[in-house]
Ligand binder design. Structure first.
Ligand code: TXA
Ligand code: MG
Length: 329
């Protein structure tokens, strides 16, 4: 398959290109597009054959459900049972990096929700994503646009490297703003559960809900199937360094390793990427993994504070550092 890569100014997207991309989605094809979190790989969420192409292009296990992307909150109504609390969350946090898991209606094909009773919805805060979904006229199912198991793409070049020849079109609107994926919250039952920390902070959600978010236990049916899989890992090893503790590199020379973090590096590394805030760290994490993995033996990654985006960042760092120990695919 020939992949068309088109540049699209995020602040003034060309309606002709958007129309073409929407046509590809309507006709059952695949379009990679920017969101505020990471690039997504989109297809018509209501067309099972189109959704199957997403799993095939990414090499993704088909029991891992997809998020349905909307351009307006009203589009949730035919798809899920949203109670008053869910509607208040949509009004308060959409568009934005919050995905809500709700009891699905029969309109959502089983393949889109990985065979679950629930469906995940989100309304991205990116002008190209909203315009594309609006023009397509259907909810757009989209996982992150990386090959399965690789760090999520934060720019179009990375999507190109992972998926060229496997998708119809890639819309290039430059680097994304948030850099890690959305926060996934299950509000399908009484107790809201934090299934995946991400771009929307836990504090903001708990402040709004007035209750702490639960976390799923290992046995729970209400969990995010995607968190079982190996994720986000660069091909070289990743070691976590907690500021204020000694660096343990097990005989390796720091000069052969790279460093990413906020603080003064604890040794003289071959390369150091330092970020001026937790938000910038999140924005640069996945791109950093990909840039550094080709040149160094490993990456030492600083353990960030838990506040705000720090929780989501910690989650991605943990997965990258323990990649070999998680279930792979
Ligand atoms: O920021 C994001 O969320 C990006 C952009 C493209 O929107 N998308 C993304 O999709 O990260 P993906 O497929 O890489 O991750 C979706 C996560 C997975 O962990 C999946 O298991 C979970 O959401 N998920 C989807 N539907 C679910 C459901 N019905 N119940 C529980 N978890 C669900
Ligand atoms: Mg992903």
């Amino acid at each position: 398959m020939r992949t068309l890569r088109l540049e699209l100014d995020p602040w003034n997207p060309d309606p002709v290109i958007l129309g073409e991309a929407a046509g590809v989605i309507r006709h059952g094809g695949l379009v990679a597009f920017p969101t505020e979190t990471v690039y997504g790989l989109g297809a018509n969420a209501l067309d099972p054959e189109a959704v199957k192409k997403i799993y095939a292009a990414k090499g993704r296990p088909s029991d891992n459900p997809l998020i349905l992307h909307l351009s307006r909150p009203e589009q949730a109504e035919p798809l899920v049972h949203a109670d008053e609390r869910a509607q208040r969350l949509m009004t308060a946090f959409w568009p934005g990096p919050l995905t809500l898991v709700l009891k699905a209606k029969d309109t959502v094909p089983s393949v889109t929700r990985g065979g679950l009773e629930t469906a995940a919805l989100r309304m991205p805060d990116h002008p190209v994503a909203s315009a594309l979904i609006e023009a397509a006229g259907c909810p757009v199912a989209a996982p992150s646009a990386n090959a399965s198991g690789r760090p999520s793409p934060t720019d179009a070049q990375t999507v190109w490297e992972d998926l060229q020849g496997r998708v119809d079109m890639i819309l290039d609107s430059g680097p994304v703003r948030v850099g890690i994926e959305s926060t996934v919250v299950d509000v399908s039952a009484e107790r809201p559960l934090l299934l995946r920390p991400g771009g929307m902070s836990r504090e903001a959600l708990e402040g709004f809900l007035g209750v702490p978010l639960g976390v799923p236990d290992g046995q729970s049916k209400r969990r995010s199937p995607g968190t079982r899989y190996r994720h986000y890992a660069p091909v070289i090893s990743v070691k976590v360094w907690v500021p204020g503790t000694p660096l343990a590199l097990e005989g390796e020379a720091p000069g052969d390793w790279a460093f990413m973090g906020l603080s003064e590096p604890p040794a003289h590394f071959g390369r150091a990427l330092r970020f001026t805030s937790v938000e910038n760290y999140a924005r640069g994490l996945f791109a950093g993994f990909r840039a550094l993995e080709t040149a160094w033996r490993g990456i030492v990654v600083e353990w960030p504070p838990e506040k705000g985006m720090g929780l989501g960042l910690r989650d991605r760092i943990c997965r990258a550092a323990s990649a070999g120990k998680l279930e792979g695919q």
